[in-house]
Write a protein that binds this ligand. Sequence first.
Ligand code: NOJ
Length: 571
Amino acid sequence: MTPTAGRRDTDWWKSAVVYQIYPRSFADSDGDGFGDLGGIIERLDHLQALGVDVVWLSPIYRSPQADNGYDVSDYRDIDPMFGTLTDFDTLLAKVHELGMKLMMDLVVNHTSDEHPWFVESRSSREHPKRDWYIWRDAAGGAEPNNWGSFFGGSAWEWEPATGQYYLHLFDRKQPDLNWENPQVRKAVHDIMRWWLDRGVDGFRMDVINFIAKADGLPDTPAVPGQRFAIAFDGFAHGPRVHDYLAEMTREVFADRDGAFLTVGEMPGVTPAEARHYTDPARGEVNMVFQFEHVSVDHSPTNKFDYLGLDRLVLKNALYRWQEALAETGWNSLYWGNHDQPRVVSRFGDDDPDYWAASAKALGTVLHGMRGTPYVYQGEELAMTNYPFRIPQDHQDLEAVNYFQHVLELGGDEGAAQAGLAKISRDNARTPMQWDAGPNAGFTAGVPWLPVNPNYTWLNAAAQIEAPDSVFAHYRALIRLRHELPVLVDGDFTPLLAQDPQIWAYTRTTPHRRLLVIANCGRDPRVVDIGPEWTTADLLLANLPDTPTTSGSPRLQLAGWDARIYSADARK
Ligand code: NOJ
């Protein structure tokens, strides 16, 4: 929690590490089976021990919970399942007391259909709020265009009472707001100001690159065999999205003391677009969540069509982003979140012999890069995917709808089930594993989603004090980021770029150079690192008994061996 020396206050987030909490699965203080704010308060010592700087809370606003809170019905209240505004104020005060900051999830591409704005909007075609959402007449007796919803089927829902369709890129209970209407934009700015006045330190903006839809809402090119298709060309990076974000910065942040963290979640964003969004001179957002590296193992049109992992493609996806934002803009660095499966099961190796080493190796290669690292709850313990066996194990509406769709079409049930088990979002949403007691110490009641059975040995209590635990390794990575300006500011240069198994790169400032190197596979490897590293000091390793210097230009790396070496750049 010591900001890197000499850093300007305005870009404190460049040396920060963010921890994402998915509140319904973090810690339950009242025994109802759902995590809550009281539970987070009780567990803040865990975050303090880890050493993170910022806590990002997935949505805690009042919500019907159709999409676990990403469907907000009141932006100025806390959902009773999580607690009250008073609990929130207590949590915020404690987070600040511990020297951390708190970032809210801002879900304003859409609201819940139970939000009063939408209730009014749907009430009649003449209502002044009609234009707050995207209503269209039927086209030839059918949907206005062929856009598909991310959660299956059409992105349009017919409203018989007023004889029009409304747009919902996600569930039909998540109608899209019409950002072209200046009143909508002002209402969003007001919400943001309200939370900043309460003391929050930033916002993670849900699918914020979807807020500006293409003029005329044209059809998207059809996908063979599908009536509806995800229309990235129709809603991602639409005509005025940059204006809307720059306006938001002016209206919400410009006249405030202090500096805030803003990160835009942006499915489909390219490096060129990201440079625009994160160019400080444009005043839009500090950083974006890009999706390239978490899209490498599945079909672009069906995320449950698992294609297997090409490690070279994975590595080069992240390296490309390092290079693209080297001069302008800033990267966020993440392996997981509440929408992605567990990284150790996905890109690592969750066989017990490699589980810990592979989790530490993946942590090392990510945290060594340039950008702001994010840790998703449980990643610091190397929590794994859940052993889903039957489709009914899944609760997430995305998974449930998908399986239903496959059944309706008479598709391959076995393949669908395997894809869900590998990629489903519920993998990341099982309760946090605190200890080996009942329900992993998550709840005294019945957990809303089953606890992963491996909690008996994979839990926080078993790792916090253990010097060689995954937790200890993440703590060390976070400490290095705080202590070494080169990790924040240093140039990134890839080495062995064509080797699928070896991740290696240097980070350099005029004063210091680091070598981050990892063998991301089971087979041992000998790697030529060049004579300039033979006397460099070992800063961090993930396997026992790693020598303190390499002593040789040829490095012997065991399976999933990961190391960081440091040398004075002037020598
Ligand atoms: C992205 C969120 O991370 C995800 O959980 C949600 O379902 C969609 N946006 C819709 O809000």
